[in-house]
Design a protein around this ligand. Structure first.
Ligand SMILES: [Zn+2]
Length: 157
């Protein structure tokens, strides 16, 4: 690794900088240089750290984990890849087993809760007000994280 600093020879005082692996709320990974950890905190709180891909200022330090070598010297288990694969499986499970009800979600969930309709797994859209009303009525529902939303739902939007 000695000599790598030559790659960045034009940057002043690079030896005092720390390169952080960052991730935005759209799961884009990128890297940026900061003087120290506080420097990152100050800049990100001021909204000065932006994702180069989507310009989101909701950026945090990526939590890193080492790749795990399985049955050989080649790293095969990239945690990020595993997570996305897992998300893909859950998403497929939802797509295959849940009925997409679109903006009838609140109506359908409520009908199942009151017993007017047989219970079955569904997913769909609802407003923030309806979502809160459902919670207040004791109808359990929670938002699906974006990577778990089946593609068919996105297409219908
Ligand atoms: Zn982004």
């Amino acid at each position: 690794m000695a000599g790598r600093l030559g790659d960045f020879g034009n940057l002043p005082h690079i030896e005092n900088m720390i390169r952080y692996a960052l991730i935005c709320d759209g799961l884009h990974e990128f890297e940026a240089w900061f003087r120290n950890s506080d420097d990152f905190d100050v800049q990100s709180e001021a909204g000065l750290v932006e994702c180069p891909q989507c310009a989101s200022a909701a950026v945090k330090k990526a939590i890193m984990a080492p790749a795990i070598a399985k049955g050989g010297s080649r790293p095969t288990a990239d945690p990020q890849k595993m997570m996305l694969e897992m998300a893909g499986k859950i998403r497929n499970h939802i797509a295959e087993n849940f009925d997409y009800v679109g903006d009838r979600f609140a109506t359908e969930a409520r009908a199942m809760h009151t017993g007017d309709k047989p219970e079955k797994p569904i997913y769909g859209e609802t407003t923030a007000e309806e979502s809160k009303a459902l919670q207040d009525e004791g109808v359990p529902c929670s938002p699906l994280p974006d990577p778990l939303v089946p593609l068919q739902a996105k297409k219908l939007n």
